[in-house]
Structures are given as C-alpha cells and as structure tokens.
Ligand binder design. Sequence first.
Ligand SMILES: Nc1ncnc2c1ncn2[C@@H]1O[C@H](COP(=O)(O)OP(=O)(O)O)[C@@H](O)[C@H]1O
Ligand SMILES: [Mg+2]
Length: 242
Amino acid sequence: MKIINVENLWKVYNKRKEALKGITFHVDHGEVFSLLGPNGAGKTTTVKILSCMIKPSQGKVEVLGFNVPQECNKIREKIGVVPQEFQGFSDLTAEENLRYFVKLYNGDESQVEELMKTVDLLEYRKTRYRNLSGGYKRRLAIACSLAGDPKLLFMDEPTVGLDPRSRRDLWDLITEVKRRGVTVLLTTHYLDEAQRLSDRVGVIFDGKLVRLSSPRELMEEFRKQTLEEAYLALMELLGDTS
Ligand SMILES: Nc1ncnc2c1ncn2[C@@H]1O[C@H](COP(=O)(O)OP(=O)(O)O)[C@@H](O)[C@H]1O
Ligand SMILES: [Mg+2]
C-alpha cells in the first residue's frame, strides 16, 4: 500500500525560486525511504510539503490516502515529524517537554514513561532542555515525534551533529520504529546511514529526482561497494561541483 504518493510535484518559492521541478515517487507501507542529495537540492522542501508545513505549488500529493494540502488536518494527527531544527522549551525538563507533546495528542502519563524508555532518556528526564547534549536533544525530538503513535515518521537529517555513538543508537531506534510497523521517510547526508537503514532511496538534484532505487541497485549501477561511492559517482556524472 502506498503511504505516500507524489506525482509531478512542483514548489516555487516567492514566485521565482523553483525548489522542486516536478518530482514523482511513492513510499510503501513499512519502508524506510531516504531522500539524498546535495545542499539546496530540495529535500527539506519535500519533507515540509509531505508533512503539511508548507503547500505544494503544483502536482498531486497524497499522504496516508489523504490529499495535501486539502486534508492536512487529518494527516497531521497521524504523522510524526523530527524537523531539521527541533527546538524544545529551554527552561522545561526533558520530561516536561515530552509531556507537552503527549498531552497534545491526548496521551496519558504511561506514554511519557514508555517513550522515555524507547529513546533511552530516563537518566536525563529531570534535566532542562537547554542543558541536554546534542544527542539527548535529538532523542527528545524523536520521542516527541512518536507521541500520538504516528503511522508515518518524517526525519530531516536526524543525525547531524551527533557523535558516532549517538548516531548508532539512533540507527537502532529507527530500526526499532520500523519493526513496529511505522513507515519512515528520512533525509540524510550520511551515506553509510542511508545504506544501512533504507529499503529505497531517492536522489534529488537541483529540484529533480534523478534516481529512485534500492541502495543495492544504485551500487550495482556504478559498480561500487558502498552507497557513498555510488552516490559520489552519480554526482560526478551530474557535474555536481559542490
Ligand atoms: N522559504 C524559502 N524561500 C525561498 N527559497 C527557499 C526557501 N526554502 C528553501 N529555499 C530554497 O529552495 C532550495 C531547496 O532548499 P531545501 O529544500 O532546503 O534543500 P535541502 O534540504 O535539500 O538542502 C534551495 O535553493 C533553497 O535556498
Ligand atoms: Mg535540508
């Protein structure tokens, strides 16, 4: 079943900046799907449209069977979002921040405990947000995104700025979320991460989708052993100079 269906999606900012130039793809139920591509390619724009934060300019966008933007009210209650820049309430503790989100979704106290356990945050539950390390801020962001038991989770560069250990923990967490049947759409610059986690990847370049395949297929296309090498070969082919 298609959890996300995108056909010929365009996004034009301020009537002149074409950030997306007609992209088409879908995401199946239970997949981890990763959007890859250089800075400015259009990854965040795509995530923002799919998670109902901004409107598409043109094209068909369906999420969980509902139309974007017309039925965004129904979509919002069923999805979780870890934005590129999550900001918690700095004077509230980790636990208080999480409780705020759980209450938004009418969850009860047991869910606060449960989620803190899931992301391994119990030790820092009484720490104010501003005093949490980057890794624990990210764990909290993920816990908050899981409030309300989303069927679909969007994560925009979830591991940026994390130390290697925290990144590994987050990989485990994403795997666990997937095991529970949640569909995950993520963006990342870390190709090792994308290779390990993704069922399929979509490569965006200059607002266009230039590849849509499994990591393995992309590696085979360029006869490389890793997704990173295959990706770099693709960028070279496209003349990316960044
Ligand atoms: N609010 C905005 N107004 C104008 N241009 C924007 C806006 N947001 C993003 N852009 C531009 O759209 C393009 C795609 O941006 P983005 O989706 O953030 O890329 P990515 O996440 O792949 O780095 C970039 O050229 C960016 O500068
Ligand atoms: Mg981005």
